[in-house]
Design a protein around this ligand. Structure first.
Ligand code: SAM
Length: 320
């Protein structure tokens, strides 16, 4: 097992199926241009091969399917059905939810139990302003479909001071009413936000969030698993919510995440653009592939930081 001086090892892997996305969210895409697939993206079969060898080489136990937007690529069905059969401890999906209803059959057939859905607002006009595409009602139908099918839903909201910070309580109530855990993601200095004023204009810190929520609810902080990204809170008798506090309370010291991009690169840390190509290893015999992977994984683990620093890497490539 590959472990660093802080005891960190890779256990969770985020697999980006494609860099293409049907949204162009203002904080993710600077120019509003529709995101296209990367050149030379791996097929579903190749991505599945990568998961299998990393399960063995790195001890990956949990997979999160992400993107871009994972539901826009035709390889989604094959990858989902394949990855559910690999004996992993957990498989989950991160999606903007726009195509959830269209994917109902394969989602149910796969037996997936958990979906994280990104939703920043409950106002239709604001929705179009932030995501620059899509339709709020369709996303909400997707949420109801999942709940009816017994698929657990968590909603991720990025609070932005100039855009949706006035909806923190409304979003929380929407989620609590449906037994959904809402997770607020502090804005991260990724891509075009690393430099310039936009990050400082829109960053909404954990303290401010808690202040807003305290206007309506009493809550207590609860224990979260060792490598959880979220700080978790309980509103007695009502439900839970979480905050992914990259800036206010970074979780880097216990991070177990590894990321695989759709074009076959491994990233050890969101705060580092260092990456290692593994697309050319997938068909090598075991005695050649594992020693090479061992070196790559040591290097990827070495890239992990002690605190979140931001990066020019854009989330669309590595899926957040
Ligand atoms: N398309 C999928 C979705 O919408 O969930 C998966 C990819 S998206 C890049 C994953 C998550 O990253 C979304 O919840 C999005 O809001 C979040 N995200 C993107 N850029 C971000 C940033 N600069 N700071 C915080 N979260 C960000």
């Amino acid at each position: 097992m590959i472990v660093d001086h802080l005891g960190r090892q890779f256990k969770n892997m985020r697999v980006s199926l494609t860099a293409a996305c049907n949204y162009a969210c203002t904080y993710c895409v600077p120019n509003g241009k529709r995101l296209l697939r990367a050149q030379n993206e791996l097929s579903a079969t190749e991505l599945l091969k990568a998961v299998v060898i990393l399960q063995k080489a790195a001890g990956i136990e949990k997979i999160r399917i992400t993107g871009g937007e994972p539901l826009v690529t035709p390889k989604f069905d094959d990858f989902l059905l394949g990855v559910m059969n690999l004996g992993l401890e957990d498989v989950s999906l991160t999606t903007n939810g726009q195509l959830l209803c269209k994917k109902k059959d394969v989602l149910i057939k796969s037996g997936i139990k958990r979906i994280n859905l990104s939703l920043d607002t409950l106002k239709p006009v604001k929705f179009r302003q932030i995501s620059r595409s899509g339709d709020l009602k369709t996303v909400q139908e997707g949420i109801e479909m999942c709940l009816e099918a017994g698929i657990k839903v968590k909603i991720n909201m990025v609070p932005l001071r100039s855009q949706n910070a006035d909806e923190i309580l409304a979003m929380l109530d929407y989620c609590l009413d449906r037994g959904i855990e809402l997770r607020f993601i502090e804005l991260m200095r990724m891509g075009h936000l690393l430099h310039g004023s936009e990050f400082h204009r829109d960053f909404y810190a954990m303290d401010s969030l808690l202040e807003q929520i305290a206007k309506k609810y009493e809550f207590t902080r609860t224990d979260a698993p060792y490598d959880s990204t979220a700080v978790r809170f309980e509103i007695p008798g009502r439900g839970d919510f979480g905050i992914i506090a990259n800036e206010s309370e970074p979780f880097c010291r216990s991070c177990t995440r590894l990321r695989l991009s759709s074009d076959g690169y491994l990233y050890g840390c969101l705060s580092s653009s260092n990456r290692q190509f593994i697309g050319d290893l997938l068909d090598l015999p075991s005695h050649l592939v594992y020693p090479k992977l061992q070196k790559i994984l040591v290097s990827a683990l070495h890239d992990k930081k002690l605190a979140f620093q931001g990066e020019t890497t854009v989330m669309k490539f590595i899926g957040g």
